[in-house]
Write a protein that binds this ligand. Structure first.
Ligand SMILES: Cc1cc2nc3c(=O)[nH]c(=O)nc-3n(C[C@H](O)[C@H](O)[C@H](O)COP(=O)(O)OP(=O)(O)OC[C@H]3O[C@@H](n4cnc5c(N)ncnc54)[C@H](O)[C@@H]3O)c2cc1C
Length: 347
């Protein structure tokens, strides 16, 4: 375990925003977790768990609670799963991208559409990470977590994790630190049926087709790159947190009205009907590249918010509010932020 003091959160988040964290403990070896728990016990409140900082807006004032950066890595076969599949137990700090690449190389289906999503595997249940028709809820079997309220390690099966559309038991709480995650993957040379039009078009196949796993992942990556949804250190829109807003749920009447205006309205695995947040943002007059607040603008590739030189957490939060207000005014649909506000926010 590596402990540092007054480390800027900006260096630990993909937006490159955030003031100093009082104490940061980086955990590489799972065996060191008891030492970390002992350190955390000497400080007030539960710690803030951080992965790669790709879904957080860290406060300008920094973070008083201890920050635990999960950097534990490793994947092991934990048993057999149905359909000649495997159970994989993954350490919480393991990069999701590496896990997805491993499953593809091993001929396992279930995660190929999640290619290109940044972050650690331990963060994936927090908002039930998903894209292009797959989500973590499809494959997660159980997790082990440290419960800071009970002061002990617990095992929670997938049902107990209450995974919903970009939400779970773990969203908006510091009660648990996810330590290991066990996924059930099926053996197959072919991907899940391609359900998204853009991915099907990139592959040149009709929707519903199953293609070799690596081909599906390549197509997803191409589509994501076109939208700036892959972290690229050389891209102008690289300081990103991805989508910023959830695709909002709409009523049947709203869905009909929005479809009449050409909005993409889709059914999601949880049974909800949702409209694309990006479409709402563009339809409300925010063109690509529009400046929103100091150092914050709409991406040049996709209707989401990105940061530039001079951006602060306060300015980014103001931009989020500004976009929400305008979208509500123009479309009658309320946007909800997907990102987690981390650290010492005053209000
Ligand atoms: C370019 C880009 C594209 C993206 N595309 C997608 C997408 O397609 N689909 C999607 O769902 N998301 C997407 N995201 C969002 C983000 O990548 C995911 O939410 C990811 O799971 C965050 O992982 P992280 O390790 O960076 O978590 P962090 O940002 O470090 O943390 C996110 C939240 O999880 C908590 N947390 C982190 N690790 C743990 C742990 N071990 N135990 C308990 N709590 C923890 C943190 O406290 C925080 O509240 C995208 C982000 C970017 C920048």
């Amino acid at each position: 375990m590596h402990v540092t003091h007054a480390l800027p959160l900006a260096s630990m988040t993909t937006l490159g925003i955030g003031g100093p964290a009082s104490v940061v403990a980086e955990l590489h070896d799972p065996a060191d977790f008891p030492d970390f728990a002992a350190l955390a016990a000497t400080r007030p409140g539960p710690p803030v768990t951080l992965g790669e900082g790709s879904n957080v807006l860290a406060a300008d004032a920094g973070c008083t609670p201890t920050v635990l950066r999960m950097a534990t890595k490793g994947v092991r076969v934990a048993g057999a799963a149905p359909d000649d599949g495997l159970l994989l137990e993954v350490q919480g700090g393991h990069p999701l991208g590496d896990l997805v690449a491993l499953t593809i190389a091993e001929g396992l289906t279930g995660m190929e559409m999640l290619t290109g999503i940044p972050g650690t595997t331990g963060a994936t249940p927090v908002q039930n990470v998903g894209a292009y028709g797959q989500e973590v809820a499809d494959t997660l079997r159980h997790v082990t977590a440290w419960d800071w309220q009970q002061g002990r390690r617990v095992t929670l099966d997938a049902a107990a994790c209450r995974l919903g559309h970009r939400t779970s038991l773990f969203k908006h709480t510091r009660r648990w630190t996810l330590l290991t995650l066990t996924f059930a993957l099926r053996r197959s040379a072919l991907s899940a049926p391609v359900s998204y039009g853009a991915v099907a078009a990139e592959l040149g196949v009709p929707r519903g087709t199953r293609v070799p796993l690596a081909e599906a992942a390549r197509a997803v990556l191409t589509v994501r790159r076109g939208k700036g949804m892959v972290l690229d250190p050389d891209a102008p829109d690289r300081r990103s947190v991805g989508s910023v807003f959830l695709s909002p749920e709409v009523t049947p009447a709203q869905a009909t009205a929005l479809r009449a205006h050409g909005a993409p309205v889709n059914r999601f695995p949880d049974g909800s009907t949702r409209v694309s947040a990006g479409w709402l943002i563009q339809h409300s007059g925010f063109t690509l590249g529009t400046p929103l607040a100091q150092g914050v603008r709409v991406s040049t590739l996709h209707p989401t918010l990105v940061a530039d030189e001079g951006a602060t957490a306060t300015a980014f939060a103001q931009a989020v509010t500004h976009v929400r207000t305008h979208v509500l005014h123009h479309t009658g649909v309320r946007l909800t932020s997907e990102i987690d506000y981390l650290g010492d926010w005053t209000e």
